[in-house]
Design a protein around this ligand. Structure first.
Ligand code: FES
Ligand code: FES
Length: 149
């Protein structure tokens, strides 16, 4: 067991974790509603969080590897504008995939605010939605891109 400091959505946590514990497991133990388990093997993108602004699959990362880094989940205030665009576009059914979708879009536009909607949607290729909400998700992306221009 190792002691690790994490900053999650602006809040500092010191956690004692086994070296084999994934960041997703740690975030779930911290009751973070924005980190969600699905495939557990890096395929679906549902567990996406941002580490120092970069979108990563938290089911593949060990918590000890991200000690001291800034973790952003979709529950944080940093992504409020992106979340709002999803809500306004009705881009959800069960909503299970949506926090990860919103974070991936947020990271893509933070990296390059001049990105086209098509390019942002390409970035979403690793995020799966079992409900098939893709048309509404695309509409949310178009809304955000239009607001940014
Ligand atoms: S739960 Fe991590 S990629 Fe599916
Ligand atoms: S809205 Fe249900 S999985 Fe995407």
């Amino acid at each position: 067991v190792t002691e690790v400091e994490l900053v999650v959505d602006g809040h500092r946590h010191v956690v004692s974790v086994p070296v084999e514990e994934t960041l997703l497991e740690t975030l779930r133990e911290l009751d973070s509603p924005g980190a969600r388990y699905c495939c557990g093997i890096g395929v679906c993108g549902t567990c996406t969080v941002l580490v120092d602004g970069a979108a990563v699959s938290s089911c593949l990362l060990l918590t000890v590897m991200v000690a001291g880094r800034e973790i952003t989940t979709a529950a944080g205030e940093a992504t409020a504008r992106t979340r709002d665009a999803f809500v306004h576009s009705g881009a959800f059914q069960c909503s299970y995939c949506i926090p990860a979708m919103a974070l991936t879009v947020h990271a893509a536009l933070a990296e390059d605010p001049a990105r086209s909607a098509a390019s942002v949607c390409e970035q979403l290729g690793g995020n799966l939605c079992r409900c098939g909400s893709y048309p509404q998700i695309r509409e949310a992306v178009e809304r955000l891109v239009e607001e940014s221009s």
